[in-house]
Design a protein around this ligand. Structure first.
Ligand code: BES
Ligand code: MN
Ligand code: ZN
Length: 489
């Protein structure tokens, strides 16, 4: 059970959809426009009856199931204020329709675009919502009689290209969600590498994977240090897509691929430790974006880099107090083996700076519990070196509804990660400003003058957001859509 919903655009004959099922929107002014009037007539005035009974209010989040005279089904979804309709509202509405169809075991639905909102952005959002909203993670239920998946959806009156693009983007988000939801014994570094290789097959993405021996010899002492506590083979994965002009500098995406974080010798408490299977969600962002790129084939240069290992304890594990030497020869004093994400990213960021001439570097990591304290599960924490890159990221955040909030990287914070006996230490001072301490540490592995932004997705990568296009307790795939918007694919 992991077939994704297929979505396509249609421009005529929506009436045929009444044999199956149809969905259409209503604003909170409750006026019946010609679309609603037409469907109302075909349903034997069933919409009017629901309106006069006060069941349909046109509010956001509302989905009303209406059964017409001949048993045909329509879903009327609320769109709120007519003047305030946004792509995010439509995405949430189409996802709500998908969820209603699944609970009613409806195989296929036609989603009618609102008459006054049929542009590209709206079409893309409607398609994204249908696919994201119908996502379910059922891989490990061996005998699941209750399970039901929708097979297809049509969007009536959208912009075809944008509908197709939205479907590809959302299916890439679902691909990442599948990887992220898989537990640590399945989604190992080898599993991530295999998935990268699958993306490269029959596409223009070139994948290189370095194993423990290779990356250790190359000088990645920080990744090697974290990986020393596990026999599960660690990997350093590189995905290169060079379809832009040779003169164009590559954009580099780095993702934390920590497939299970026990904390190592500085072991975590037992409660919720299972959630540390999600500690590879940063790599999920990179794999999701690269998958979308491999299908949409934009003319640009993008490189994905994933340092991947488990963080385990044992007699081979690295210790608090150890000093590691990263790829750029900087030394790191390890004060807590649970601050391992920044260590494996240190090697990846310095590898990116040395081996490419990046236009910019973005990194994605479930880096700190502190970002959940600061922003909850509502937003991703960002910080970086280039105000104009950050401004573009905030713009893409607005476009996609994936919220970000910027933290400062002032010199005072950079001082807090200086070590007395090595170049830097992997903890800040006194547990203060934990998220910024993580960012400040990473900054010392980004070469001077390189444009870079760090995304701390520890709160947004999974959790309890009450959005119809996400499922509580399940991976969200957040910031994949934001990055695709930023790349202008
Ligand atoms: N993977 C965790 C961060 C995390 C914690 C993500 C909770 C999501 C929920 C990271 O490796 C970690 O353990 N960070 C430590 C850093 C600390 C030791 C400086 C943390 O946040 O407690
Ligand atoms: Mn940790
Ligand atoms: Zn971690």
């Amino acid at each position: 059970m992991s077939n994704l919903l297929k979505v396509h655009n249609i421009n005529d004959n929506w009436q045929k959809s009444l044999d199956k099922s149809l969905s259409l929107g209503i604003y909170d002014d409750l006026k019946l426009n010609r679309q609603l009037q037409g469907v109302n007539r075909l349903l034997g005035r069933a919409i009017s009856h629901n309106l006069s009974a006060g069941i349909i209010k046109g509010k956001l989040g509302e989905v009303t199931r209406i059964v017409g005279k001949k048993g045909s089904v329509a879903y009327v979804f609320g769109l709120g204020k007519k003047s305030q309709l946004t792509p995010e509202i439509l995405r949430a509405a189409s996802a709500g329709v998908a969820k209603a169809c699944i609970s009613d075991k409806i195989e296929s639905v036609t989603f009618m675009m609102p008459i006054e909102a049929k542009d590209k952005l709206m079409s893309q959002a409607a398609a994204e919502g249908l696919v994201l909203g119908s996502y379910q993670f059922e891989e490990f239920k061996s005998n699941n009689d209750e399970a039901f998946e929708m097979s297809s959806a049509s969007i009536f009156g959208g912009v075809e290209k944008a509908v197709n693009k939205g479907a590809v983007i959302a299916s890439s988000v679902c691909f990442a969600r599948n990887l992220e939801n898989r537990p640590g014994n399945i989604a190992t570094p080898t599993h991530l590498a295999k998935n990268a290789e699958n993306i490269s097959k029959a596409s223009d993405v070139k994948v290189t994977v370095f194993d423990r021996k290779e990356f250790t010899e190359m000088g990645m002492g920080a990744l090697a240090g974290v990986a020393s506590g596990t026999e599960e083979p660690p990997k350093f994965i590189i995905m290169e897509y060079f379809k832009g002009p040779k003169s164009e500098k590559p954009k580099i995406l780095v993702g934390k691929g920590l497939t299970f974080d026990s904390g190592g010798i500085s072991i975590k408490p037992a409660a919720k430790m299972d959630e540390m299977k999600f500690d590879m969600c940063g790599s999920g962002v990179v794999l999701g974006v690269m998958r979308a790129i491999s299908i949409l084939k934009p003319k640009m240069n993008v490189v994905g880099i994933i340092p991947s290992t488990e963080n385990m304890s044992g007699d081979k594990a690295y210790r608090p107090g150890d000093i590691l030497t990263a790829y750029n020869k900087k030394t790191i004093e390890v004060l807590n083996t649970d601050a391992e994400g920044r260590l494996i990213l240190a090697d990846a960021l310095s590898y990116a700076c040395k081996n490419y001439d990046p236009e910019y570097i973005l990194d994605f990591a479930t880096l700190t519990g502190a970002v959940v304290v600061a922003l909850g599960h509502v937003a991703t924490g960002i910080m970086g070196t280039d105000p104009s890159l950050i401004a573009d990221i905030k713009q893409s955040s607005c476009m996609t509804g994936e919220k970000v909030w910027e933290f400062p990287l002032w010199d005072e914070y950079l001082d807090q990660v200086k070590s007395k006996i090595a170049d830097v230490k992997n903890l800040g001072t006194g547990g203060q400003a934990g998220t910024i301490a993580g960012g400040a540490f990473l900054k010392s592995f980004v070469d001077e003058g390189v444009s870079w932004c760090h995304f701390d997705i520890a709160g947004s990568a999974w959790g309890d957001k009450k959005l119809t296009y996400q499922n509580p307790g399940s991976a969200t795939g957040e910031v994949i859509r934001l990055v695709i918007d930023l790349l202008k694919i």
